[in-house]
Design a protein around this ligand. Sequence first.
Ligand SMILES: [Zn+2]
Ligand SMILES: [Zn+2]
Length: 341
Amino acid sequence: MRAAVIDKPFSIELHEVRPPVIMSANEVKIQVNVTGICGSEIHAYHGTHPFRIPPVISGHELAGEVVEIGSEVKSVSVGERVTVEPHYGCKVCSACQTGNYNICHEKRVLGTQEWVGSFGEYIVVPEDTIVKLPDNVSFEQGALIEPLAVGVHAVRKSGVGKGDKVAILGAGPIGLGLLLAAQYAGADTIFITDALDYNLEIAKKLGVNSFINTTEEDAVCRILEETDGEGVDVVFIAVGIESVLNDSLKMVKRGGKVSEVALFERQPQIDISYIQNKEIQLIGSNMYVREDFEIAKEAIADNFFDTSLLISKVVPVEEVKKAIKIVDEKLENVIKILLKF
Ligand SMILES: [Zn+2]
Ligand SMILES: [Zn+2]
């Protein structure tokens, strides 16, 4: 099969490799139709991702068709259009037992050395990770369920509700997903920041109230000004930059919440006294669980999550090298690039 392999840091090549095979009765083989390039793939490409370590066939945002099922698989059949929740837990630890398998310490994740990801044309996954696509959801939209579920999970964990004021720091794919999820949860006022006008334009089209280009304006000043000096109820960190993390502590209201969703390539230094002084709750958010996936899927099917603004390009997998470069070096204005097999 064709597979885009991150051979070593800063090298991704299309190779012909042996496809994965069904090894146990509960597994399902999927022919990948499209797969998204995620920020985590860029971290893997840099050789800085904690568990997507080269040489690796990365990829975990996908949609495709079931081509083979194990002998005990009952819930899905050959020919069905599906996506995959690309991780599963050990099922026995306390995190798994309480439904929080996303933080299982022995969690397996698609697109690692131990589990061939969707940058390969075929993947093999356990039956219970399969999520069927509704008829009115295209493969391209289906591949967006995963990145949007990240936002849904963070918003759910932070308890955003009707009338809340929210700031989202970073308007890339994760930030825009947080925006959609915060709107879905009923947030009233939403601020979003980014250094790129293009990303802010997309946020504007998605209906954000206030957007701030951080190269032109101080986000902390502006948000405090527009909230009568109080700050916002919840701040989401959607870009792994030290100064952004420190800004979040200044713009959150006293007793408010900061949700950390981003991956940091370097360890940030923060002024921790803000957390104590303002009684800030710092909440981590790691991927998602099934409920988040279902919410994202339904919101796409109901056209509440408009994915057309998020899918910037669909390119043949043969162009993976160029596509990774575009995302990594920001050579073009893109939110999400999908690779098509
Ligand atoms: Zn992703
Ligand atoms: Zn576990």
